[in-house]
Design a protein around this ligand. Structure first.
Ligand code: BEZ
Length: 312
């Protein structure tokens, strides 16, 4: 019994007439009758009551008709799914903290999409801590965050240490200085973000003050980076931000260097510990290529990275 026998039988059952079924199938009537006869011989049962007008199915014929419909529908689904897999090799979900959008993330995603058209990428904004849970639940495959959180099931790679800067109102008296110290900033309202969940980038910034025995006069916790910058523009206070945020140009906010050694925030790539998937390797390779092309200081080198991948 072949799939064509199922198609022919279904057409005859639905049309109730061999001539109309043959027209629907675009074949001549005698070969269609022969195929139905072959099917009945193969099964050893009568499927269509002979002599009935319109043609009626026997009990076995009705049973066969129901199952033939299901099989033909599954065949169509199988065809569609196989064709889709042929087009899309795989899918990769990426979680990222909002601040990485001001860095290299847009370029990395653009280039990756161009170079690997058969990999379907989806992007999800989430905190570093949310990324850890999402990786373990299989909701994302890669996370880009900023918190050095240890988890036995998660592999972390510090891609680079990004310099931090002060964002302050353009009209602020401290704006005349080329670089600000943490003492300068501690005298003002310090705007930190994100407010929750903790630990977050806010804690990295607060730790930098506490490590130097400084307590900012006032702390304002903003929900996210955009809000923090808006509050700076409104003259509420000063925020400490990754240097790439300077790309977010607005007249009422200016950016100044910090007169503090090692004021950096890491950009950390996280994956599931034993995930050796090729897509993730391709993504990492693309990041390395971009860093090398941009001659980025403090970035992980291809050599370091190979070590990380081999040792995991
Ligand atoms: C970067 O700015 O270096 C970066 C941001 C997101 C993902 C990877 C790298």
């Amino acid at each position: 019994m072949e799939l064509r026998h199922l198609r022919y039988f279904v057409a005859v059952a639905e049309e109730g007439n061999i001539t109309r079924a043959a027209e629907r199938l675009h074949i001549a009537q005698p070969p269609l009758s022969r195929q139905i006869q072959q099917l009945e011989d193969d099964l050893g049962v009568v499927l269509i009551e002979r002599g009935s007008r319109p043609l009626k199915l026997t009990e076995a014929g009705q049973f066969f008709y129901g199952h033939a419909l299901q099989l033909l529908s599954q065949t169509r689904e199988l065809k569609a799914m196989t064709q889709r897999i042929g087009i899309i090799d795989s899918k990769m979900s990426i979680g990222f903290v909002g601040s990485t959008l001001y860095g290299m993330l847009p370029k990395i995603i653009r280039r990756f999409r161009d170079a690997h058209k058969t990999i379907e990428l989806s992007l999800h904004e989430m905190t570093t801590m949310e990324q850890i849970g999402a990786l373990k639940e299989g909701c994302i495959d890669v996370g880009f965050g900023r918190i050095r959180h240890e988890d036995p099931n998660v592999r972390r790679i510090v891609l680079r240490e990004e310099r931090l800067m002060a964002a302050l109102p353009s009209e602020h008296p401290l704006a005349i200085k080329p670089a600000l110290s943490l003492q300068d900033i501690a005298m003002e309202t310090l705007i930190v973000f994100p407010k929750s969940p903790r630990p977050s980038f806010a804690d990295q910034v607060l730790t930098a003050f506490h490590d130097r025995a400084l307590e900012p006069r006032n702390i304002y916790e903003a929900r996210e980076l955009q809000i923090a910058i808006g509050l700076v523009a409104a003259g509420v206070g000063i925020a400490i931000v990754p240097s790439s945020v300077q790309g977010l140009k607005r007249e009422d906010v200016c950016y100044r260097e910090l007169d503090v050694p090692n004021m950096v925030s890491p950009i950390i790539l996280s994956t599931r510990l034993l995930d050796e998937s090729n897509d993730v390797k391709l993504l990492i390779k693309m990041i390395i290529d971009i860093y090398e092309a941009e001659s980025m200081a403090h970035a992980v080198s291809a050599q370091d990275l190979n070590g990380v991948l081999l040792n995991s």
